[in-house]
Design a protein around this ligand. Structure first.
Ligand SMILES: Cc1cc2nc3c(=O)[nH]c(=O)nc-3n(C[C@H](O)[C@H](O)[C@H](O)COP(=O)(O)OP(=O)(O)OC[C@H]3O[C@@H](n4cnc5c(N)ncnc54)[C@H](O)[C@@H]3O)c2cc1C
Length: 389
């Protein structure tokens, strides 16, 4: 019987499992997940799980009966510690070896480690539960890093009545999204009492507070590092699987014979943008998980997979503001408000690369206003993949 092992039992791993069965695969599937939970969703961890509006049961991606229908062996609380691409095996903690014909790598990312005793991070259900219990009204909270995660966490903590300080070394919040969004998000946070320090260098940080390069010391009851993440590939070192800021994949999400990768951990050649990309967005995890499963089945059948062509999509909720991002945004500041206005609190920003529309960001934008721009982003991405000549 053909055996497929999937390592990582969250959005991408679950999507791969479901797609295998949907496509008629009737061999053995083993899903290995180091967390002691059924697959659950991560975006609510910085939103509904922190404000207490959702409990752990609501975060689950599938019920027990939905999982049972998949007829997969689910090894929860088990960690893969090594893989051998040549011999097609995965080794689990405890030394057990799983032999496979096909392997799906869906191990996501881990928070980037920051030196400093007692710093909290936010990636797992346990992290969110720990944080929620600490975010009490009046608590002094320092958040280091003002990307999506840091700004969402700042909003959740401020909403819970904490005194929040947000520190970032960049010029502004969500700096990568360009100045109109940064300005808007900075004033949104300031209006809700968040003390925003941009362009600061933190020289020391621990559970008691942060010291800045200018000598200022900020004391805190809770300190959270939101300074980025690293692909969870430590267990693949020496496996023969190509690694470079993630599992390095071809356009069809295949890494090496019999092995595909998907979700936050996969760095694949995205033909929509003609470059290698690793996308840490929830929608991609599901879509790429399903795609990688199809590629694996095609390969096990002696064929080849199709290219995974993806226009990334992400969203963020902060206070009463909804941000939606289609496409890619670049570090350059070639941005322009193309609809609405900052003053109204509802607008659309276009990102261009060499005159080509590559990304669009809506802030409290109505779907009917966003859709034509979204379609243009898709059309421009499709242009790149059209045959030349
Ligand atoms: C707090 C938070 C808020 C977010 N909000 C948004 C949002 O609003 N919008 C958006 O688009 N995206 C958001 N994201 C990103 C989104 O959640 C991720 O892109 C998505 O979860 C990626 O899914 P994944 O399955 O690839 O990886 P993950 O969700 O990271 O899952 C990987 C799984 O593999 C397990 N694993 C790792 N190593 C091993 C091993 N060696 N053996 C066994 N198991 C292993 C991990 O424990 C984990 O369960 C958010 C992320 C976080 C953390």
């Amino acid at each position: 019987m053909t055996r497929i092992v999937i390592v990582g039992a969250a959005a991408a791993g679950l999507a791969a499992t479901e797609e295998l069965r949907r496509s008629g695969f009737d061999g053995a599937i083993t899903l290995v997940g180091e967390e002691p939970h059924a697959p659950y969703d991560r975006p609510p961890l910085s939103k509904q799980a922190l404000d207490g509006s959702w409990d752990a049961a609501r975060l689950r991606l599938r019920s027990d009966s939905d999982l049972a229908v998949l007829n997969a062996t689910f090894l929860s609380g088990r960690r893969a510690v090594a893989a051998d691409a040549a011999h097609r095996t995965v080794t689990l903690d405890g030394g057990e070896e799983l032999a496979y014909d096909g392997l799906v790598i869906a191990t996501g990312v881990k928070p980037l480690r920051v030196d400093g005793d007692g710093l909290l991070t936010l990636r797992t259900l346990e992290d969110a539960e720990r944080l929620r219990s600490r975010l009490q009204p009046g608590a002094r909270v320092i958040i280091v890093g003002a990307g999506f995660l840091g700004t969402e966490l700042a909003a959740a903590a401020a909403t819970r009545g904490c005194k929040v300080t947000l520190l970032d070394s960049c010029n502004s919040l969500l700096a990568r999204l360009g100045s109109p969004i940064s300005r808007h998000v900075a004033s949104l946070h300031a209006a809700h009492g968040v003390d925003v320090h941009s362009r600061v260098r933190v020289t020391h940080v621990d559970a008691a507070g942060a010291e800045l390069a200018d000598g200022e010391y900020l004391a805190a009851d809770v300190v959270v590092a939101c300074t980025g993440s690293v692909a969870t590939t430590w267990w693949l070192e020496g496996s023969g699987i190509p690694l470079d800021d993630g599992v390095l994949c071809a356009a069809d999400c295949s890494a090496t014979p019999g092995i595909v990768a998907a979700g936050d951990v996969a760095r694949w050649f995205n033909p929509a943008y003609g470059r290698l990309m690793r996308v840490e967005h929830r929608t991609n995890a599901t879509q790429q998980g399903a795609h990688a499963a199809r590629t694996l089945l095609a390969e096990l059948d002696g064929g080849r997979g199709d290219a995974y062509f993806s226009v990334p999509y992400a969203w963020s909720h902060q206070f009463d503001t909804r941000i939606q991002l289609h496409g890619v945004v670049l570090d350059s500041d070639d941005t322009e408000i193309v609809a609405g206005s900052e003053a109204d609190g509802s607008f659309i920003v276009a990102h261009r690369e060499q005159d080509r529309l590559v990304g669009i960001i809506g802030v409290n934008a109505a779907l009917r206003d966003l859709r034509p721009w979204q379609q243009q982003v898709y059309a421009e991405a499709a242009l790149l993949t059209a045959p030349v000549g």
